[in-house]
Design a protein around this ligand. Structure first.
Ligand code: PLP
Ligand code: TYF
Length: 398
């Protein structure tokens, strides 16, 4: 039965963990996977999360099944976080949210649902994008194409290219957009840029699918939701995949959500019934713990405030590391302009390191980055940054 099976290729990002773990050098550094580490190199347990967990354990609650669409207060809190407390959408009946297994699970739910809904199963993702976007939509039966996104010369978004690319797609294509803190480039659209993208999406009758995995890591929770809110104002139906893996440091609990904006309350009921069908035939219903914790933090004013503070701490520490990296690269003699590292947003820097330079960093220095040159700035700290900056300078200068 299994004899024809060959080895599958490793995930280009998660696969790095294996190589990193096998490395015996004491000063090795893992800048591969997008995980936030604190100044001590540890994945933090947020204080707000800890408080919510303690309250939950004290309840000694029974473990019944959740509804297929998940915990109702959680789903509601997700909507408020996305659209803002004052959004008329919250009471409109046009929103439906299903708790999902992380952002990945939300994307897959959306993809499976869209596969059933659409005749033309074409999705456009940014060039470049998170590696799993292509794989996930292909696995769901979609043809996946790229729209232009990153301009390596300016280290920013190629907006005209992006608009033309989206314009040229067949009418009714699914357009996947990173709502903030673009992975892997850290290059985001401005308010004005978004209005132009929305205009094209609307005119071409495309289906917008927003992926928001880093809300709070750009400027703050509200400003990072600007794309979601502008699309909402346009009145277009849309899909949104939320992830709380990073913002709550709850990676392994798999906390995410899929939110749909429909055109009426009646439509919502029918759409939800079909979405439940997708859920039922995949995993029946989602797990309880992570959603309980996140719902508690999002709905308890004191815990929410604490969480916002902790998000700001993570955001500020990443900024500090960007600045330190730039200064240390310059001090080590790198003459080319590296200031762009400071302007990129979110966890990553699209460093411009070539695949060969990335390989040298791993072989000669035990520093692991993604082959595309993406490094996770959130994995830097005062203990490893000199080693990283010196090594990067050496590979850049030779
Ligand atoms: N979307 C993007 C852009 C991401 O970077 C990630 C990272 O993990 C995800 C989705 C998936 O999030 P999760 O780990 O919650 O599945
Ligand atoms: O881009 C990253 O590093 C994160 C984590 O298949 C991740 O989004 C990477 C690869 C993957 C799942 C999660």
């Amino acid at each position: 039965l299994f004899s024809p099976i060959e080895m599958a290729p490793r995930d280009p990002i998660l696969g790095l963990n294996e190589a990193f773990n096998a490395d015996t050098r004491a000063d090795k550094v893992n800048l591969g996977v997008g995980v936030y580490y604190d100044e001590n190199g540890k994945v933090p347990l947020l204080r707000a999360v800890q408080a919510a967990e303690e309250a939950r354990v004290a309840e000694h609650a029974a473990r019944a099944y959740l509804p297929m669409e998940g915990l109702a207060p959680y789903d509601q809190a997700v909507q408020t976080l996305l659209f803002g407390t004052d959004s008329p959408l919250l009471q409109s009946g046009k929103l439906i949210t299903a708790q999902a297994l992380g952002g990945t699970g939300a994307l897959k739910l959306g993809a499976d649902f869209l596969y059933r809904l659409l005749d033309k199963r074409l999705v456009a993702i940014s060039d470049p994008s998170w590696e799993n976007h292509r794989a996930l939509f292909e696995a769901a039966g979609f043809e996946v194409v790229n729209y232009p996104y990153y301009n390596p010369t300016t280290h920013g978004v190629d907006l005209e290219g992006m608009l033309q690319g989206i314009e040229a797609l067949p009418e009714g294509s699914v357009v996947l957009l990173h709502a903030c803190c673009h992975n892997p480039t850290g290059a985001d659209l401005s308010f004005a840029d978004w209005t132009r993208v929305i205009d094209v999406v609307q005119r071409r009758k495309h289906v917008p699918f927003l992926d928001i995995a880093y809300q709070g890591f750009g400027d703050n929770l509200q400003d990072d939701a600007i794309a979601v809110r502008l699309f909402a104002e346009s009145g277009l139906p849309m899909f949104i995949a939320s992830s709380f893996s990073k913002s709550f440091s709850l990676y392994g609990e798999r906390v995410g959500a899929l939110t749909l904006v429909t055109e009426s309350k009646v439509e919502s009921a029918m759409v939800m019934s079909q979405l439940k069908r997708v859920i039922r035939t995949n995993y029946s219903n989602p797990p309880t713990h992570g959603a309980k914790v996140v719902a508690k933090v999002l709905t308890d004013p004191a815990l929410y405030e604490l969480w916002e503070e902790e998000l700001a701490e993570m955001r500020d520490r990443i900024r500090l590391m960007r600045q330190a990296l730039v200064e240390k690269l310059k001090a080590a003699g790198v003459a080319s302009d590296v200031d762009f590292i400071q302007h990129q947003r979110g966890m990553f820097s699209y460093s411009g390191l070539t695949q060969l330079q990335v390989a040298t960093l791993a072989e000669d220095f035990g520093i692991y980055a993604v082959g595309s040159g993406r490094i996770c700035v959130a994995a830097l700290n005062h203990g490893n940054i000199d080693h990283v900056a010196n090594a990067m300078a050496q590979v850049l200068l030779t």
